[in-house]
Design a protein around this ligand. Structure first.
Ligand code: CDP
Length: 226
């Protein structure tokens, strides 16, 4: 059955889209927890494709080969861990290098098409919170609530910097800032499912809001619809 053939009985979706390091993943997970909904980290799927390509020596620029590869991946999310063909890859996909790779493989139409059915399969009762770049604009256009979550690029770079430092990793603020600016440009300027705020999405700017305030914003907006 296609995702759109029986819209009335499908589980509700909350779509949270936005640029890198805006905090959308954390907000989406907390909202999902609060509502008892499932959670889809769509960025992880693009990261997994980038990692698998690296492991199989497929270049991040080879659209067709990447599309074929993306169709054959055996991906499992379980208890907060990610498995690829039964190997634990949770930490491997989180590196800055694979993040960059994800943003490169994500420009290719065959890759995006290959990941579409997989993303639809996450929609199960009682509901789904999905975060990414095109969850509300392409993947679940009938989402009950669409949020465009953003923050200034400087604040996002600062948050990413602190996140890496807290993990005991090396971090260079200027490099992070340049990298985010490049990623923003690539995500927004690409022709396949660019990052955009759709007219029906609510803008949530977290430049001056903390995570809890952002979560409350989403929950309040969702309750208003119920
Ligand atoms: O942590 P960050 O926001 O940088 O990355 P992510 O959400 O894990 O996504 C990694 C990359 O995948 C992004 O830079 C996007 O280019 C791509 N992506 C996408 O194109 N569409 C999505 N729905 C989610 C992620």
């Amino acid at each position: 059955m296609s995702a759109s053939s029986s819209t009335s009985v499908l589980a509700p979706v909350i779509a949270i889209d936005g640029p890198s390091a805006s905090g959308k993943g954390t907000v989406a997970q907390l909202v999902a927890e609060k509502l008892g909904f499932h959670y889809l980290d769509s960025g992880a799927l693009y990261r997994i494709v980038a990692l698998a390509a690296q492991q199989q020596q497929v270049n991040w620029s080879e659209a067709e080969a990447l599309g074929t590869l993306a169709k054959t991946l055996d991906i499992r999310f379980k208890d907060g861990e990610i498995y690829l063909n039964d190997a634990l890859i949770t930490e491997l996909v989180r590196t800055e290098e694979i993040g960059r790779g994800a943003s490169e493989v994500a420009v290719h139409v065959p890759v995006r098409a290959a990941l579409l059915d997989l993303q639809h399969s996450f929609r199960k009762p009682p509901g789904l919170v999905g975060d990414g770049r095109d969850i509300g604009s392409v993947v679940f256009t009938d989402a009950k609530l669409k949020i465009f979550l953003t923050a200034s690029v400087e604040i996002r770079a600062e948050r990413r910097y602190k996140q890496l430092k807290n993990k005991g990793l090396n971090a260079d603020y200027d490099k992070i800032l340049t990298d985010l600016q490049q990623r923003d440009l690539r995500d927004s300027a690409r022709s396949a499912s660019p990052l955009i705020q759709t007219p029906d999405a609510l803008l949530l700017d977290t430049t001056q809001r903390d995570i809890q305030q952002a979560v409350d914003f989403v929950l309040t907006a969702y309750k208003k619809l119920s």
